[in-house]
Design a protein around this ligand. Sequence first.
Ligand SMILES: Cc1cc2nc3c(=O)[nH]c(=O)nc-3n(C[C@H](O)[C@H](O)[C@H](O)COP(=O)(O)OP(=O)(O)OC[C@H]3O[C@@H](n4cnc5c(N)ncnc54)[C@H](O)[C@@H]3O)c2cc1C
Ligand code: SF4
Length: 500
Amino acid sequence: MKDIIVVGAGPGGLTAAIELKKLEPKNNIIILEKSSEVGGHLVSGAILQRNEYYEYISKYSLKYNTVITNENIWRLTKNSYYNLTRFVPDEYRNKRNILIDIGEVCKALALEATRIGVKICTCCAVDGFLNYKDSIVGLTLAGGNKIKSDHVIVAEGACGTLTEKIFKHYNIKINKRYALGIREERRYEINKLTSNNVGSIYHTIGWPSDDNSNGGFVYCYKDKVVIGYVTYLDYSNCYINPYNEFERFKSHPKISELIKGTVKTKYSAKIIAINDMRNPTVACFHGCSIIGCAFGLLDSMKLKGLHNAIISGKMVAEKYITTTTKMVTNIIDYLTDIDLINNLKISNQTSTIFQKYGAVVAFIYKKINKIILSCLLNFKFKNKWFNYNKKPPRDWNVKDNRDDSLMFSDINYGPDSHISVMDEMKHKIYDLKLNNKMSSRFCPAGVFRWEKQFKHYVFKINHTNCLQCKACLVKTAEKTIDWNVCKNGDGPNFITENYK
Ligand SMILES: Cc1cc2nc3c(=O)[nH]c(=O)nc-3n(C[C@H](O)[C@H](O)[C@H](O)COP(=O)(O)OP(=O)(O)OC[C@H]3O[C@@H](n4cnc5c(N)ncnc54)[C@H](O)[C@@H]3O)c2cc1C
Ligand code: SF4
């Protein structure tokens, strides 16, 4: 009998736990989740690919499981748009995929997991690991408790605290690109309970951004609309404010038409990490494997990762049970068998061309040169941050509504701050002087402020606003902000649907 701990009750962690328990019921499987309830810290669009939906999810009776019938891909100009839908290769299309609610899906998976004997502990944030010689033999929790394990499956999503510590310990360097996704859920007003646009999805590039990578999405469910905007965090113009970009996106005439008659009911934000898969290093160590978005298994063209999280969860469970040494050797070898890694590599190359030369060139590349060029071109993500490009603001006349939006995030914190500045002098030079108070703009919750007191600026951190998106870990100049996981389930609660 083995004690296996899964860190994170997202789609990856829950699938791994369910598969492990089904394959070997004698094992003790425990899931540790930092949020106060399963799904509380999850943020996603959310479109799930049909294969994974029908294989793993369709058996649960869910409120949201709408088949996508109308897909639109637009390039926005300031007041109009070009419809690019028919130029986009099928691989990047979502028609017949399924619109789900990630919180509801994870609640259903959690109920199934507990039914078969998996133990789920919420309000349990993992802070670090215990090691003996070269093996990981347990975990430390925020608050100081220690817990021993035979194997740990790390499924804590992008920019995970534990993942980063493990990579640092084993000196693993992965080239990742980061983006910040800001998302709102909006309900139809009482007199108009259902939409006549159900099953429609809209993905956009172009305005308000002048970067080919950033873009927005609008997904239409039966009684709500989910709208979001993704800003890549390697932008060099320190005046960019991802929240304001989202507000400007919402104000576009075509987009505001889509959300007409709805009111905001939930506001959330989360970082997205994409592994460039150039040098897929080991994601498994002695006593531990890293799956899903913690390893960056996200399709960079579609920005979709739910299916890869689910697949990697299932794969790692099967590998663990069938390996006689009870030590998963290399998840990458295993995933390559099913072409997951190769597909991610090709998607990354197309996405690099997309950013450099635009959508049309990228889609032509994808269509006609799939095999030949993918061998010749081996692009690497270019992280272009901090070249101190001081462009004056463009036509950005948006009221900063971050405080109002936070009322829809159900945030709860104790008095102790989980955020601090590591080197105040360095922070002042890079954030205040060289980047003109950049941290006061990139945080979607407005946690950081520079306040003028007499002749000097003082840095203020309002930790009780934090959405736990983790953008500050990536975007603070010279990484001067220290962000720690919270105990007692502190933080936001993004759950909207309760699955029974
Ligand atoms: C705005 C946005 C829109 C997206 N839209 C889509 C989409 O439409 N389709 C799609 O396929 N993908 C989408 N994605 C990506 C998708 O959300 C992720 O790929 C997917 O959720 C990854 O699953 P995961 O299980 O690896 O991690 P996550 O879903 O991130 O789950 C990680 C879990 O671990 C918990 N956790 C984290 N750290 C700790 C810790 N230290 N201790 C304990 N628990 C911890 C978290 O609270 C969370 O519950 C989107 C992402 C964003 C941000
Ligand atoms: S403080 Fe950091 S983690 Fe919290 S909302 Fe702001 S950027 Fe996100």
